[in-house]
Design a protein around this ligand. Sequence first.
Ligand SMILES: Nc1nc2c(c(=O)[nH]1)N[C@H]1C(S)=C(S)[C@@H](COP(=O)(O)OP(=O)(O)OC[C@H]3O[C@@H](n4cnc5c(=O)[nH]c(N)nc54)[C@H](O)[C@@H]3O)O[C@H]1N2
Ligand SMILES: Nc1nc2c(c(=O)[nH]1)N[C@H]1C(S)=C(S)[C@@H](COP(=O)(O)OP(=O)(O)OC[C@H]3O[C@@H](n4cnc5c(=O)[nH]c(N)nc54)[C@H](O)[C@@H]3O)O[C@H]1N2
Ligand SMILES: [Mo]
Length: 761
Amino acid sequence: MAKQAPQSDPAQDAPEVSAPQHAAAGLPAVGHSLRMAAEQMGPRRTLATLLKVNQPNGFDCPGCAWPEPDKTHTAEFCENGAKAVAEEATERRIRAEFFAAHSVSELAERSGYWLGQQGRLTQPMLLDEGATHYSPISWDDAFALIAEELRALDTPDGAAFYTSGRTSNEAAFAYQLFARRLGTNNLPDCSNMCHESSGSALTETLGVGKGSVSLKDLYQADLIIVAGQNPGTNHPRMLSALERAKRAGATIVSVNPLPEAGLERFKNPQHARGLVGHGTKLTDLFLQIRLGGDLALFRALNQLILDADGGVDRAFVEEHCHGFEEFAAEARTTGREEVLAATGLPWEQIEELARLVLGSRKVIVCWAMGLTQHKHAVPTIREVVNFLLLRGNVGRPGAGVCPVRGHSNVQGDRTMGIFERPSKAFLDALAGEFGFEPPRAHGLDSVDTIRGMRDGRVKVFFAMGGNFVAATPDTEVTEAAMRRCRLTVHVSTKLNRSHVITGARALILPTLGRTDRDVTARGAQFVSVEDSMGQVHSSRGGLRPPAPGLLSEVAIVCRLARAVLGPQDSVPWEDFATDYDTLRDRIARVVPGFADFNEKVRRPGGFTLPHGPRDSRTFPTATGKANFTVNPLTAPEVPAGRLLLQTLRSHDQYNTTIYGLDDRYRGITGGRRIVLVNPADAAELGLAEGAYVDLVGEWKDGVERRAPHFKVVHYPVARGGAAAYYPETNVLVPLDSTADISNTPTSKAVVVRFEPDSGER
Ligand SMILES: Nc1nc2c(c(=O)[nH]1)N[C@H]1C(S)=C(S)[C@@H](COP(=O)(O)OP(=O)(O)OC[C@H]3O[C@@H](n4cnc5c(=O)[nH]c(N)nc54)[C@H](O)[C@@H]3O)O[C@H]1N2
Ligand SMILES: Nc1nc2c(c(=O)[nH]1)N[C@H]1C(S)=C(S)[C@@H](COP(=O)(O)OP(=O)(O)OC[C@H]3O[C@@H](n4cnc5c(=O)[nH]c(N)nc54)[C@H](O)[C@@H]3O)O[C@H]1N2
Ligand SMILES: [Mo]
């Protein structure tokens, strides 16, 4: 089996620990982001670029999917958005000489941090069968090579087409069309590891797998519950919205095993008072819940609402909902002892939250990976929906569901048909528009793609962005699976680990990013994205591309499709590649909500997609109503002497892209191999502060999964749980440990034991 190479170099990884902070952003954040940006881009490019982020005529920030306020502040960027931009707009370059100087096996020994620091990719590269180094290849030869491998497959299902969520609507639509013209629904995407649980739960209960609130709703809410999310690091611009809500009188409750600095207090860097003052206190009530305790919490709240006089919005439930009686009967059986054990919360706190809920007319629940990456994630989110439905908190201003998406266009990619289980309606529309019969059988998601590669069924792996081997679970299994492929292809902006863990042959196809100017034979092009709240708008980069001849993602897909399907194919790939308006005209006819796409996307601020539950309390579910569901109470079980590990993000990373080795708000500097443990648990387990340990995963398959050399940090995490960074800990997440229904890896719930540092690296 492949040796597990360091994700971060243990030799350079020497974490230092100081006290965690209690406020986010402010002056240090501005200084930090400008310093990082200037290092990558130089001062002139830094200023020119950062002033264009999320502006009406600029590009969409590649950082996260949080929406832009209507009137954009001149500096509508945040510290971590600035880092994401700098990472892409860097002036460093990787050229052919780099690949001649470094063999693939040498690069496989480097950390992901080091690989990312080498700069932008500038020309197509091929690793031929048996070769030790990548060497240059022309675009046409690269497309011909992929065509040859695809044609050699017994079935189109021998290929899988992965998407990471930065891909534009236009590229995503062309990409799924190509896969389906070829004959497969194997369209795994990063969503499968991210908000799939939200999509599954919301589609079943509300009929739309997306959030139902806008920024305006947040500003009007009486009560906002933020559960399982760390916006201070991952969605910093959300803090401005929470601050505004707070000033308008909202109460904010955070539910998290960790006290996250960004949720405690916010020093808004857009205002003078935020730069130098104490900032705004955000959280009014902090529920320090145990990992995986949220289902129990929401069941308890629902029981208290049912028991309260006038707690239930009867009129709403009768007119709009289905399944109330069964749900209520189940909720009434919720046992207090079970709730206390699962949540670790004092009962009084749960009652206090219930009082806040009963005193509020407009309630929003926001969540992210803390809810979606558990075995019982889908029932947990269904129970959140029950909670909102009970008091009519869906489809009225100031209220609703708010799953906060990660990648900047992950929601749009799904809207464009990047889905291994497309609806019949979508396929029918595609068939009607393009005159072919798309495959109807479900395809493979991310976890099933790994199984397919492992078992030799998937032989060609193609990735539109992302870093598949580093982002997916069970690193050793996944890397071995990847190595079994005939061909692996990555369309990427930056070098990463997935380029050096390859099939028999491998291609790196460099591409333009969000910040780059995109000019084709028919002139300057722009693309579009959809944010976390269903707002679609254009994105236009302004920087000189990192190298001449670089192709956009749209052009890569369309030229590949033409090479594979032939020039006489019924789809006008060449027009699509050079004039994105022609592509948008087709999207307008296939995807609901996109009529007059070309006209609407040119309006300042773009347009909002229709959303039945939000707009008119219509619920396109199987029953035609909003569905209450019955979700038996479960919580993770952890044997004595073990802790439950969650794998999360530091402040200096974007998923598998490491910007730096600090996690400022949590008081960690200079390293990433740390594990946060509650001092009381540490005392019981004999884990001294500063000691080095191996984390050893335990799961029912009995396989030993080991992540060596982590420094113990005593930290105020909820009892029974621990936390360490991803992707270093992905080696511990079993491939088969996934959420029921959504098949999302359980990255927030890995049972681990601690062993003395083995000295392994
Ligand atoms: N700068 C930056 N921005 C990003 C990203 C990035 O890596 N860096 N990633 C992007 C992507 S793709 C995504 S999906 C989002 C991720 O955004 P988040 O979901 O905020 O990311 P995580 O770091 O995984 O944080 C999970 C949070 O949930 C809490 N949590 C964990 N388990 C539980 C639980 O059982 N219950 C509750 N109530 N809380 C729990 C953790 O303590 C932590 O605060 O951010 C996006 N934005
Ligand atoms: N243990 C654990 N595992 C997790 C998670 C977790 O919380 N814990 N989180 C999961 C989540 S929420 C997600 S979304 C996934 C993320 O999984 P991915 O989306 O696959 O990973 P990223 O690290 O975001 O991908 C980064 C790479 O994308 C490429 N890239 C960047 N911009 C562009 C672009 O514009 N175009 C193209 N073509 N390429 C580009 C660069 O080459 C860069 O190296 O990871 C998942 N894995
Ligand atoms: Mo994500």
